[in-house]
Design a protein around this ligand. Structure first.
Ligand code: ATP
Length: 323
């Protein structure tokens, strides 16, 4: 291997070792809030609560059994939309659905439930990462069990971004060793990219996300130049008022419903090095990077799971095939 390869592997190994000696607790800030929703809450009310608190997901609590009941995410709302598409006559019922109905909605539309895995906060962070990759969960709840009562408590939720940011902030001396470019390590997806246009309908975008099992679709113009990206969380403002017919509206209109402070997209070039990607993660709340050429034309997409997978599995014996 070239000296560059050697240094790259050394950097990756140091980051993996770091993840093995840190726990999920270490990722949590000293003080934080956690909004947990009761499964008895109406789905339509949950939309307002998420928006008012500027969050896009929340752990669920079943107060009948006093147990943690999974995590509410944009996928659940997309399921509700699919339900509406498949059973349009039931639109009147939609307003009465509670969060506890989400599992039934999932079954009715034949969606494969996302496995709810949780980790104990004092387990190594490496374990939480491996679990995330294995289950394709984008966030993992940290669940502790009270020694005396045996009751579960949700401590917090960690996301892929939180983990990558934690790596970026605490490993600057290791991430600088990652000098290979995105192209050289084949980071991300470059073929068969799913895209939409500004005048595509929101429903088209949603169906594409469901079919492809992805959470973001770049919006391009007729020349394939990147204008923006439609994300799974963009469906929340679209259905907030219960106006499901507005899903026939365009992606462009949906973007106007975003909160004023939404960050927009982050792009990079195929020649960019991994260390500069970690710089971006250190400085900004990225959810993914859209790879463009010098003319801003779409080349590829790098999701946080692509980065996490590379950092954890590249060069390992199982070569990432376990994920
Ligand atoms: P997140 O982006 O929220 O971290 P994720 O990592 O699961 O979630 P997805 O967007 O669901 O990301 O991507 C899953 C896989 O699909 C990744 O390997 C990614 O490169 C690829 N991918 C993502 N978006 C697209 C797209 N629009 N077209 C083709 N492939 C995509």
């Amino acid at each position: 291997p070239s000296p560059l390869d050697k240094e790259q592997l050394q950097g990756l190994k140091a980051i993996r070792d770091f993840l093995k000696v840190r726990t999920s607790y270490d990722v949590l800030p000293l003080s934080f809030r956690l909004i947990v929703l009761d499964t008895d809450l109406l789905i339509k009310k949950s939309l307002n609560i998420l928006t008012q608190n500027a969050i896009v997901s929340a752990p669920l609590w079943d107060s009948v059994t006093s147990r943690f009941a999974g995590i509410l995410t944009s996928t659940d709302y997309i399921n509700v939309i699919q339900y509406y598409c498949q059973f349009p006559d039931e639109i009147s019922k939609l307003g009465q659905f509670r969060l506890s109905s989400l599992r039934d909605i999932e079954k009715a539309i034949g969606a494969i439930p996302i496995e709810t895995v949780s980790v104990h906060p004092s387990r190594p962070l490496y374990e939480a990462c491996r679990r995330m990759l294995k289950t394709r969960a984008r966030r993992i709840p940290l669940v502790d069990v009270d020694d005396e009562t045996g009751r579960e408590t949700v401590i917090s939720v960690i996301t892929q971004y939180r983990i990558l940011k934690f790596i970026a902030v605490n490993n600057e001396h290791n991430t600088v060793m990652l000098k290979k470019s995105v192209r050289e390590v084949h980071l991300g997806s470059y073929t068969n990219l799913a895209t939409v246009h500004m005048n595509s309908t929101v429903l088209d975008a949603i169906h594409m996300m469901v079919d492809r099992n992805i959470s973001c679709i770049p919006i391009v113009d007729a020349e394939n130049r990147v204008l923006n990206a439609f994300e799974a969380i963009d469906v929340i403002p679209c259905i907030k008022g219960g106006a499901y017919e507005e899903l026939d509206g365009t992606v462009g209109e949906a973007l106007c419903k975003r909160p004023d402070d939404s960050p927009g997209i982050y792009t990079c070039g195929e020649g960019d090095r991994l260390d500069s990607i970690f710089d971006t993660i250190r400085k900004s709340r990225v959810h993914r990077l859209i790879v463009v050429d010098d003319d801003n034309k779409l080349k590829g997409i790098i999701s946080l799971s692509d980065i996490l997978k590379y950092v954890l599995l590249y060069g390992e014996e199982d070569g990432g095939h376990r994920s």
